[in-house]
Design a protein around this ligand. Structure first.
Ligand code: PLP
Length: 377
């Protein structure tokens, strides 16, 4: 560890193998992984179909670049936009890169620069994505930031109405703020955004890097609202553990991203695309998504039965946040680690539960039992 920058507060656990929801550390200790590598391993660890996809592709072609046609990207793009109002995809390697593409596309398409973003949001660590992020702890020390981002309070219709006019290029937000505390967009706020965007010719960018690809019980979280975003950014769950991100956009944007305007060497790499196609083939399936919703309802009910009344349960699908009566949760996370349940905080006061979408009912029972023992005793 001596040669690493200490830019992460790493937990003293070294995981070295996993299968489904279960992972083992280098001492052979077993854990239930309710982090999924931060909403990434959507089909669990070492899913046989993903293992096969990467094995097969690795024997054919790893990388060729975007100098050439990519039938794999074409197929993945078609699968992602099928039966949606979206028409086109661009692939990159991470969530932050996806948001960079979204911001660049929105600025170039509208010819405007100002983008409204929200407090407690998280959009990534690159300069554009960091500048869009409404958290001082992410931005401090790195100024000057990319200008023309306007940060407003989340779910505050009046504050939005006061700032939104036709000088705004885009409104950018998460349907459920992940890093910021598992806070969902209210119905009232979604309705206001829709109306404001239509009236003022403002593009809507929805950052689905965490909420997308089935995590909240639908393919994309925006589908559960009145919103029809012009640009959707995706990453995390898309690759099931292989780094791949992307944006999806509406037809009107097609001519803005013309040849030479934007790109990446690795983006849409054949290995990543082969894995992502397998992930999408599993998750974009009515029965699979139905099962996610049923497991979510079961997990929420079990948590409600097990926890004191002043505890809150937020979120949707298998992206849930537990508020523990307003106390800081860091000590609980450590105790959960010791008891064999991996979870991740969302802000200082919420424990986030992000099991693989393939989690079993038995594993939910076991996890809630550990959760109850650690938090309530
Ligand atoms: C994780 C996350 C990002 C950043 O993704 P990276 O792959 O870490 O760059 C952006 N937006 C949201 C909503 C995220 O949860």
């Amino acid at each position: 560890m001596g040669a690493l920058f200490q830019n992460y507060a790493r937990r003293p656990i070294a995981i070295d193998k996993g299968e489904g929801t279960v992972v083992f550390d280098t001492n052979g200790k077993r854990y239930l992984d309710f982090t999924s590598g931060i909403a990434v391993c959507s089909l669990g660890h070492a899913h046989p179909a993903i293992v096969k996809a990467i094995q097969d592709q690795s024997e054919k072609l790893w990388h060729i670049s975007n100098l050439f046609e990519s039938p794999g990207q074409e197929q993945l793009a078609a699968s992602l936009v099928k039966d949606t109002h979206l028409s086109y995809a661009f692939f990159c390697n991470s969530g932050a890169e996806a948001n960079e593409a979204a911001i660049k596309l929105a600025r170039k398409h509208t010819g405007k620069h100002r983008i409204i973003v929200f407090e407690q949001s998280f959009h990534g660590r690159t300069f554009g994505a960091m500048s869009a992020t409404g958290q001082d702890k992410v931005r401090n020390g790195f100024g000057p930031l990319v200008s023309e981002f306007i940060t407003l309070p989340f779910n505050d219709v009046e504050a939005l109405k006061a700032k939104a006019d036709d000088s705004i290029a885009a409104i950018m937000l998460e349907m459920i703020q992940g890093e910021g505390g598992v806070n969902a967009v209210s119905e009232e706020f979604a309705t206001a955004i829709k109306e404001i965007c239509e009236t003022n010719n403002i593009l809507l960018i929805v950052d689905e890097v965490q909420t997308g690809i089935g995590r909240t019980g639908t393919r994309f979280a925006y589908e559960q609202t009145v919103l029809k975003p012009n640009i959707v950014s995706i990453a995390k769950g898309l690759g099931g553990g292989f780094p791949i991100g992307g944006i999806l956009g509406t037809a009107e944007l097609f001519n803005t991203f013309n040849a030479g305007t934007h790109g990446t060497t690795f983006g849409g790499n054949p290995l990543g695309v082969a894995v992502a196609q397998t992930v999408i083939d599993h998750i974009f399936d009515e029965a699979f998504l139905q099962a996610v919703n049923e497991k979510s309802a079961y997990l929420v009910k079990k948590l409600q039965e097990s926890l004191p009344e002043n505890y809150t349960i937020q979120g949707k699908g298998l992206m849930l946040g537990v508020g523990c009566g307003g106390v800081e949760v860091a000590p609980f996370i450590t105790k959960l680690d010791e008891a064999g349940l991996l979870a991740v905080a969302a802000g200082p006061k919420v424990i986030r539960l992000l099991p693989p979408l393939t989690v079993s009912y038995e594993e939910i029972d076991e996890a809630v039992e550990i959760f109850k023992n650690v938090l309530v005793g």
